[in-house]
Design a protein around this ligand. Structure first.
Ligand code: SAM
Length: 276
């Protein structure tokens, strides 16, 4: 019988952020498939996990190494895929292996745990009901500008992974293209110097300007475009009111429509409906 491929999440900084199940599975599997064995060893040592590693599985060898890993699974070996930090496949290697494993009919078991994107989102203070994770921002200037132009109308909270070296450039671009948006910089999550900076991109830039250097790993979050602003911008509200009246809709129902569908405040909806 074929083995299982476990996708095991590891800490993103604080070594205590690992689940009991992750520890049990890492001890029980035949081999651990790691992005970089040196980084994973620190976690394994902390929890006295002695499971051997297979050959490293990192970006660049993903496709080449998927085949031998599949052979091990087919032989009945249980394997745990881990990345340097957080959840594998989230801006980390693993996707081709997961595809190939599914195609081979072999079972995949996620072992959930930390991921920087979600830790940053929940503490950001930005809406969490709808969000989009876009990974890393394009490096080339033209592509970076095009990316921020493209998300102008995005209503979901955007989550981005950014390196400290490119952080200022990216914030300057956001300040140009999306100057009004609330932005959150989440730095060094779960570590000693964990920090959240909240404000517009220019306000965050001002705070960072006062520092001699910016260290550590960063997540940037950008507020989505506000629904009400867009809706009322593109709709002629007076025309909607006149249409509702023409159709014989009661004032009470018309108020509800204006408030719920166009996000108008109650007093504004009342004023429009009762105006002659
Ligand atoms: N697989 C990881 C996860 O689940 O979050 C992400 C790996 S990706 C290669 C590395 C990026 O994740 C960093 O450049 C940074 O943007 C973000 N990141 C990872 N750990 C972080 C932390 N402790 N604090 C802030 N950002 C972090």
């Amino acid at each position: 019988m074929a083995g299982h491929l476990y996708l095991v999440s590891l800490p993103i900084g604080n070594l205590e952020d690992i689940t009991l199940r992750a520890i049990r599975i890492l001890r029980a599997v035949d081999l651990i498939v790691a992005e970089d064995t040196r980084n994973t060893r620190r976690v394994l040592e902390r929890y006295h996990i002695k499971t051997p590693f297979s050959r490293s599985y990192y970006q660049g060898v993903e496709r080449k190494r998927a085949e031998p890993i599949l052979s091990l699974l087919k032989e009945g070996k249980d394997l745990a895929l881990v990345s340097d930090a957080g959840t594998p496949l989230i801006s980390d290697p693993g996707y081709p292996l997961v595809r190939a494993t599914i195609e081979a009919g072999i079972s995949i078991v996620p072992i959930p745990g930390p991921t920087a994107a979600i830790a940053a989102l929940v503490a950001s203070g930005l809406p969490t009901d709808h969000f989009a994770f876009d990974g890393t921002v394009p490096r080339k200037q033209g592509e970076r500008r095009a990316y921020f132009e493209a998300i102008r109308e995005e209503q979901r909270t955007i989550i981005l992974y950014e390196s400290p070296h490119r952080l200022l450039t990216t914030l300057k671009e956001i300040a140009k293209v999306l100057p009004e948006r609330r932005v959150v910089l989440a730095r060094e999550l779960t570590k000693i110097y964990e920090e959240f900076l909240r404000g517009s991109a220019s306000e965050i830039l001002q705070t960072l300007d006062a520092r001699s250097e910016i260290k550590g790993e960063c997540v940037l979050l950008i507020e989505g475009e506000k629904r009400s602003a867009r809706k009322t911008e593109s709709v002629d509200v007076k025309e909607v009111v006149s249409l509702l009246k023409k159709e014989g809709i009661s004032n009470r129902t018309a108020m509800k429509i204006l408030m719920c569908c166009l996000d108008l405040p109650r007093n504004e909806a009342y004023r429009l409906i009762h105006a002659d």
